[in-house]
Design a binder for this molecule. Structure first.
Ligand code: DAH
Length: 336
C-alpha cells in the first residue's frame, strides 16, 4: 500500500512539473499506460494473501490511476489556456499605435481652391450655378457657336457617351469638355440680369501627365445685363485678381479667339515679382450664343470667362505633379 501511495505521489509531482502540452501527452502514456509503474501493481495483486488485502490494494491502484488522470487533465487545461494567451499576446496588433492624438483631415486641395473661388465671386456679387457633367452635343458645342464641323471642336479631345437621347442619335452625348455649357443652361433657365459662376468637373481624352488629367475642374463666369461692355469684363477680372491673389497682383487681357465670345481675350495675372501667369479665357458673349440662350442680342449684352481650378491649387501649394493630387497617398495629403 505504501508503495502504491508513493508511486501516486511521484506521478502527481511529475504531472505538476510538466511545462508543455507535449510533456503532458508523454506522461499520459507513461503514467496511465499498461506498462506504467502504477499499472504494474495490478499484476502483483495475485501474490497478496487475503481477499481483503487484494480488494484494498486493487482499490488503491484504481484510485491512484484516477487521481493521476484528473491531475493530467487539470494540468493540460492550465497549459492550454496559457498557450492560447501567449499566442494572442504575440499576435496582438495595436491599430492605435501610430496615432498619438485624434487627428482631423481636411478638404482636398482642389475642393479648397473651388470653395475659395466661390467665396471670392460671391463677395463680388455672383451666384453659384451648376450644370450636368454629361451634356448634349448641342449644349457643349452647338449652342456655343461651334456647329458641326467647326474646327474649334477639334481642340477638345471629347469623350462621347454610348447613349442616344430621346429622338436623337448616338454620339450626340458627351462628357462635358468645359463648364461653358452652363452659360447656355443658365440663360435658358433664368431671366437676366445674370451674374453667375459655375465651378465643376470637366473631361477630356488626355493622357495623365504632370500638367494634364483627363478629369479636371474649371470655373465659368457669366454676366448678362444691359449695356455690359469690355470695360466691365476687364474691371471684374482686375477686382477678382485683387480679391483672390492679394493687393500686389494685377491683371491684363491679351487678344485671342474663342468661338463663343467676340471679341475674345486671354487673361493673365502679374505677380508682385513682375512675372506673368496665364489664367484663362474670356470675352464678350457672342450674339449667336445669346440667341441660343433665348436672349435678344440687341437688348442684352454680357461677358464670360473660364479657367482651371486644379492649376490654382497646384500653384498655391507648389505641387510639382498634378497626378499627385489624385493618387490618394496619405503621405501627400498630410503635407497640407
Ligand atoms: N471654355 C474654354 C475652354 O475650356 C474657356 C473659356 C474661354 C471660357 C473663354 C469662357 C470664355 O467663358 O469666354 O478652353
Amino acid at each position: 500500500m505504501d508503495d502504491i501511495r508513493a508511486a501516486q505521489a511521484a506521478a502527481l509531482s511529475q504531472v505538476e512539473q510538466a511545462d508543455s502540452l507535449e510533456a503532458i501527452a508523454a506522461l499520459d502514456s507513461t503514467l496511465l499506460g499498461k506498462q506504467g509503474e502504477i499499472a504494474a501493481f495490478k499484476r502483483q495483486l495475485g501474490s497478496l494473501e487475503t481477499v481483503d488485502e487484494k480488494k484494498a490494494a486493487g482499490q488503491a491502484v484504481n484510485e491512484a490511476l484516477q487521481a493521476v488522470a484528473a491531475a493530467l487533465e487539470t494540468r493540460q487545461r492550465e497549459l492550454g489556456d496559457a498557450a492560447l494567451q501567449a499566442k494572442v499576446a504575440a499576435e496582438r496588433l495595436d491599430l492605435t499605435e501610430y496615432v498619438t492624438a485624434p487627428t482631423r483631415g481636411h478638404a482636398h486641395l482642389v475642393t479648397q481652391a473651388w470653395e475659395r473661388l466661390e467665396d471670392v465671386f460671391i463677395g463680388l456679387g455672383f451666384q453659384v450655378a451648376e450644370g450636368p457633367e454629361v451634356e448634349t452635343d448641342w449644349h457643349n458645342f452647338e449652342a456655343l457657336n461651334m456647329g458641326e464641323g467647326h474646327p474649334a471642336r477639334g481642340e477638345f479631345d471629347t469623350l462621347f457617351v454610348d447613349y442616344a437621347p430621346e429622338g436623337g442619335s448616338e454620339g450626340r452625348t458627351v462628357l462635358r469638355t468645359h463648364t461653358s455649357p452652363v452659360q447656355i443652361r443658365t440663360m435658358l433657365e433664368q431671366e437676366p440680369p445674370i451674374y453667375i459662376v459655375a465651378p465643376g468637373r470637366v473631361f477630356r481624352r488626355d493622357t495623365p501627365d504632370a500638367t494634364h488629367m483627363p478629369v479636371f475642374h474649371q470655373i465659368e463666369g457669366l454676366v448678362i445685363d444691359r449695356n455690359i461692355t469690355l470695360a466691365d469684363l476687364a474691371g471684374t477680372i482686375e477686382a477678382f485678381t485683387h480679391a483672390f491673389f492679394g493687393p500686389g497682383f494685377s491683371s491684363r487681357l491679351r487678344p485671342s479667339y474663342f468661338p463663343f465670345t467676340e471679341p475674345s481675350a486671354e487673361f493673365d495675372v502679374q505677380r508682385p515679382d513682375g512675372s506673368w501667369l496665364e489664367l484663362g479665357g474670356c470675352g464678350m458673349v457672342h450674339p449667336n450664343v445669346l440667341r441660343a440662350g433665348g436672349l435678344d442680342p440687341t437688348e442684352w449684352s454680357g461677358f464670360a470667362f473660364g479657367f482651371g481650378i486644379d492649376r490654382m491649387a497646384v500653384m498655391r501649394h507648389q505641387v510639382a505633379d498634378l497626378r499627385d493630387m489624385y493618387a490618394d497617398d496619405i503621405r501627400f495629403a498630410t503635407q497640407f
